[in-house]
Design a protein around this ligand. Structure first.
Ligand code: NAX
Length: 331
């Protein structure tokens, strides 16, 4: 039998945490034959609720779940973890300045970077979910210099899956027959959901989405804004932000990263830019990637038209601004 993998979930007493931990314990993240030990971290005010989640995990009697650590101690939470899913953070509250929210998250991610660096397994893979996800991941990278930059990523897979979902609804095809959309940039409303390379599998073979969706106007405007604004639409409907879809996408992100992407398919991940597609180095930016043997690589050589270029640069500009704001919080 395989040795258990230790998976950290921070903010585990929150709503995404509550949806995510059972998925991990069922094998949705690492596969149906991979035992796991869950490490759950939250802060003191949520300690009792966190313990309640631990009780429920025990009560669910998951065959793959070989242990549960529930703690408010960051060092204990990070001890020997192989995967870290960072969901905990400080949410923006009404009337708060952007800088104040950034400042809170910078200090959280700075401290948790050090804890991961000291206590996690040396090859630990990190996924940041908490917003501002790209910039939190960047801070984590800066303050955990011994963790390879390629091991630190942020979640844009939810946006990617939302884009697949919109195409599938529009064409009335199954979502698993749609692939190779791209989310470029920031996990924010400036993200650019790009369908120029996306395809649909039909009875007549693989066709480009541009070819099948003849309404360019829909693809160039409503499709993009629907994906960009989907988080807000969920809040409006549920009075709570996305949780099950965020949790499921976090599992997809790690599963593809660790176990690979299918041949001919790419996914979107927020990763440290190496300058590909003219995106400045030093930002965590969402790119199309394929994964093999536990490593992602950015899909190269895609043709970028002027419309896309402008949108890709606009979201990079926002990330550069977030980065300066984050750095100004360090002083
Ligand atoms: P909740 O407020 O329900 O849960 C957050 C949890 O984090 C709480 O239990 C809180 O006590 C805990 N926490 C706060 N500070 C912590 C710290 N320093 N260490 C450990 N835990 C800490 O929020 P939820 O709806 O679960 O969302 C979590 C985060 O995901 C938010 O930042 C949210 O904005 C972000 N999202 C990111 C998405 C993405 O695609 N990247 C989509 C969904 C979601 O909006």
């Amino acid at each position: 039998a395989k040795n258990p993998v230790r998976v950290l979930v921070t903010g585990a007493a929150g709503q995404i945490g509550y949806a995510l931990v059972p998925m991990i314990a069922r094998g949705a993240m690492l596969g149906p034959d991979q035992p796991v030990i869950l490490h759950m971290l939250d802060i003191e005010p949520a300690a009792e609720a966190l313990n309640g989640v631990k009780m429920e995990l025990i009560d669910a009697a998951f065959p793959l779940l070989k242990g549960v650590v529930a703690t408010t101690d960051v060092a204990e939470a990070c001890k020997d973890v192989n995967i870290a899913v960072m969901v905990g953070g400080f949410p923006r509250k009404e009337g708060m300045e952007r800088k104040d929210v950034m400042s809170k998250n910078v200090s959280i991610y700075k401290a948790q970077a050090s804890a991961l660096e000291k206590h996690a397994a040396p090859d630990c893979k990190v996924l940041v979910v908490a917003n501002p996800a790209n910039t939190n991941a960047l801070i984590l990278k800066e303050f955990a210099p011994s963790i390879p930059a390629k091991n630190i990523t942020c979640l844009t897979r939810l946006d990617h899956n939302r884009a697949l979902g919109q195409i599938s609804e529009r064409l009335n095809v199954h979502v698993s027959d749609v692939k190779n959309v791209i989310i470029w940039g920031n996990h924010s409303s400036t993200q650019y959901p790009d369908v120029n390379h996306a395809t649909v599998t039909t009875s007549g073979g693989e066709k480009s989405v541009r070819e099948i969706v003849t309404d360019d106007n829909w693809l160039n405007s409503e499709f993009i804004t629907t994906v960009q604004q989907r988080g807000a639409a969920i809040i409006k409907a549920r009075k709570l932000s996305s949780a099950l879809s965020a949790a499921s996408s976090a599992c997809d992100h790690i599963r593809n990263w660790v176990l690979g992407t299918p041949k001919g398919t790419w996914v979107s991940m927020g990763v440290y830019s190496d300058g590909s597609y003219g995106i400045q180095e030093g930002l965590i930016y969402s790119f199309p990637v394929t994964c093999e043997k536990g490593e992602w690589s950015i899909v190269q050589g895609l043709k970028i038209d002027e419309f896309s270029r402008a949108k890709m640069d606009a979201t990079a500009k926002e990330l550069a601004e977030e980065k300066s704001l984050a750095y100004s919080c360090l002083n």
